[in-house]
Design a protein around this ligand. Structure first.
Ligand SMILES: Cc1cc2nc3c(=O)[nH]c(=O)nc-3n(C[C@H](O)[C@H](O)[C@H](O)COP(=O)(O)OP(=O)(O)OC[C@H]3O[C@@H](n4cnc5c(N)ncnc54)[C@H](O)[C@@H]3O)c2cc1C
Length: 99
């Protein structure tokens, strides 16, 4: 417990100094994940084809014309909420226009 002395005190009865101290602690709160659930529940993973190796317009490999990489295989990660699907579709569409 962070504030044992204040645990049973109504918040309206705490002084400004104590409230500020509590606020400072709350604002500095950091969360450190202890672990991940591993590949069993992984939705995106690190790694993949370096984006610097590809044309951002066509997804064509700069060093190997005619070779294209799209979607999950590219080193791109979007926030959850559909951005990875969007990336897969959009990069595929872009490559399809030029391949
Ligand atoms: C559990 C889970 C939940 C997810 N939820 C979301 C979400 O809510 N929103 C979001 O935006 N993204 C989500 N994602 C990420 C999203 O699914 C991927 O980013 C996206 O599907 C990538 O599309 P892709 O076509 O590049 O690759 P994939 O969808 O992986 O397609 C690759 C295909 O290639 C096939 N294949 C592989 N090897 C070969 C081979 N040798 N020959 C022929 N075929 C082959 C595979 O069977 C597969 O069908 C989730 C991913 C997972 C795993």
């Amino acid at each position: 417990m962070f504030w044992p002395a204040a645990a049973d005190v109504p918040i309206g009865e705490l002084g400004n100094e104590q409230l500020q101290k509590i606020a400072n602690q709350l604002q500095a709160w950091t969360i450190k994940p202890a672990a991940t659930e591993g590949y069993r529940t992984a939705e995106v993973t690190l790694g993949g084809v370096d984006t610097n190796a590809l044309s951002s317009k066509t997804m064509e490999c700069k060093q190997h014309p005619g070779l294209y990489f799209i979607g999950e295989v590219v080193d791109m990660t979007g926030h959850l909420g559909g951005f990875n699907f969007q990336w897969a579709w959009s990069s595929g569409h872009a490559a399809g226009l030029f391949a």
